[in-house]
Design a protein around this ligand. Structure first.
Ligand code: SF4
Length: 200
């Protein structure tokens, strides 16, 4: 299994996670690398709520098995819709997805600062359906912004973005194995209503 090193040699990090299938191999890799993640489920993009609950429950089940702490962010689909307003008809990998990544990773960066976790990574970059550069750009912005639209609570700590390529080093193959081994619920659309293939 691939061994990774977080920026600055950090042992405690925040891992933003989108779902169990994208998290399985990454959590194994972090464990085997001696890194302790707190998993942060911040995915207000997912619609409808029942689908959000299903993906969260599946990840909670796996995090419990791995002995990893999972924190679920507030579900606020209306705020997410406001963040992507005007971009509804963009194709996947387009501007709507960039705004979606910024929305979720900014919330994650804010939470990492509040918890005193110095590094932020995400499972979003593990899927070959996602644009790696787009995810990394959003992560860097999230870790560098003034969080004007989120309560900062006077947190002055810097959070560093970790642009790890989670598809390399055998992790793509292991991802698929873990999905089979764990029998994960594996959705066939990204998450928002605009990415559903049955969306008119
Ligand atoms: S397709 Fe996926 S990444 Fe793009 S806006 Fe929808 S939920 Fe977000």
């Amino acid at each position: 299994m691939l061994k990774v090193e977080a920026p600055g040699g950090a042992r405690d990090i925040l891992l933003h996670a989108c779902c169990a299938p994208c998290s399985g191999a990454i959590l194994e890799c972090l464990r085997d690398s001696g890194i302790r993640p707190v998993v942060f489920f911040s995915n207000s993009n997912i619609y409808p709520r029942a689908e959000y609950d299903l993906r969260l429950a599946e990840l909670q089940r796996y995090a419990g098995k791995m002995g990893v702490e999972l924190v679920a962010d507030e579900y606020d689909h209306d705020a997410w819709l406001a963040a992507v307003r005007g971009l509804e008809r963009e194709p996947e990998r387009g501007e709507r997805c960039a705004a979606c990544f910024r929305f979720r990773l900014t919330r994650a960066a804010c939470f990492a600062a509040q918890r005193g976790l110095p590094v932020l990574a995400t499972t979003l970059a593990s899927s070959r359906w996602k644009d790696l550069d787009q995810v990394n750009e959003a992560g860097a912005i999230a870790c560098g912004v003034e969080w004007g639209w989120l309560p900062r609570n006077d947190v002055a700590m810097a959070v560093q973005w970790w642009p790890q390529n989670w598809r390399k080093g055998g992790l793509q193959e292991r991802r698929n194995e873990v999905i089979r081994e764990q029998g994960f619920y594996n959705q066939n659309w990204c998450g928002c209503e605009f990415s559903r293939h049955d969306n008119p």
